[in-house]
Design a protein. Structure first.
Length: 67
């Protein structure tokens, strides 16, 4: 159930698995947060240059660059 606030939290989810990104995004959106996704560490860095998330959830083991 979404909570009522004036500003929505921005959560960045970073993973190399599209299935995991989808599952986590669906769960977090139910909280009322704005959820951004990045398929890997490099994409996350590109996104962080444009938007400052309140929280980053990152897979610890990914190819190329991980958390």
């Amino acid at each position: 159930m979404p909570h009522n606030t004036q500003t929505r939290e921005i959560i960045l989810v970073v993973d190399d698995s599209p299935d995991t990104l989808s599952m986590v995004t669906d769960a977090l959106e139910e909280t009322g947060a704005t959820v951004l996704v990045a398929l890997g560490g490099r994409k996350a860095l590109e996104l962080i240059e444009k938007v400052t998330p309140d929280v980053i959830l990152m897979d610890c083991v990914m190819p190329e660059m991980d958390g």
